[in-house]
Write a protein that binds this ligand. Structure first.
Ligand SMILES: [Fe+2]
Length: 212
């Protein structure tokens, strides 16, 4: 498994109906997804999408790194992570759904991917405009599944570096839920990937641990 995209039409599971209530709270109701206009980019970063550009990937890949994100952008995760991480209000809204949803998702993934432990690995509410810069997930290596929701077509994406073809591939989001699977090795060549959005974007991550 390297990278796999599953559109909403091909997700046949009850957990979507559970999550749609949560999604409605985020997109239509009580939780704010307005842009944070007070943020400022550092002088050496021309734009948010520069952080997901091929040019920036090259510079990060060429520099020895100590963390998943690489040293050149270490200072940037303050402005990217901080605003994209779920606020406590979002987390509180999600909690009533999470137990049942997690159980459903675990059995869905086990059916698709085999017997495994399913662990929630990172949930984000991305505000427009927001990015998760190039990184490797080497510290949480292994198989991952990301469930993503947006309400706009091609205004957000998951982007990765294909180690076989040596190409940067952009996988755009489409309205509704979608799942992406990928494997992140612990060592080189790693699985370099990033995300960018110009619209509100819910992203719920899981690790698939084959430890049973
Ligand atoms: Fe990641």
């Amino acid at each position: 498994m390297f990278h796999e995209y599953v559109s909403q039409d091909n997700i046949e599971c009850e957990f979507l109906s559970i999550l749609n209530k949560f999604k409605a709270d985020v997109f239509d109701g009580t939780l704010s997804v307005t842009p944070d206009t007070d943020r400022e980019l550092p002088a050496d970063v021309p734009s948010y999408d520069y952080l997901t550009s091929e040019k920036h990937l090259r510079s990060v890949q060429e520099t020895p790194h100590k963390s998943d994100f690489g040293d050149p952008i270490g200072k940037l995760d303050v402005i990217t992570f901080a605003v994209s991480n779920w606020s406590s209000a979002t987390a509180d809204a999600y909690n009533p759904y999470s137990d049942r949803y997690h159980k459903e998702m675990a059995s869905y993934l086990a059916e698709k991917k085999g017997r495994a432990s399913i662990v929630i690995s990172g949930s984000f509410l991305y505000h427009p405009i927001c990015t998760m810069p190039w990184h490797t997930n080497e510290s949480t290596y292994g198989d991952h599944a990301y469930l993503t929701y947006v309400d706009k077509s091609k205004k957000s994406y998951f982007r990765y570096y294909d180690n076989e073809t040596k190409e940067v591939i952009t996988s755009y989001d489409e309205p509704g839920w979608q799942i992406r699977y990928f494997n992140a090795p612990k060592t080189e060549p790693y699985f370099w990937h990033c995300t960018y959005t110009e619209c509100p974007r819910i992203s719920i991550g899981f690790r698939i641990l084959y430890n049973l």
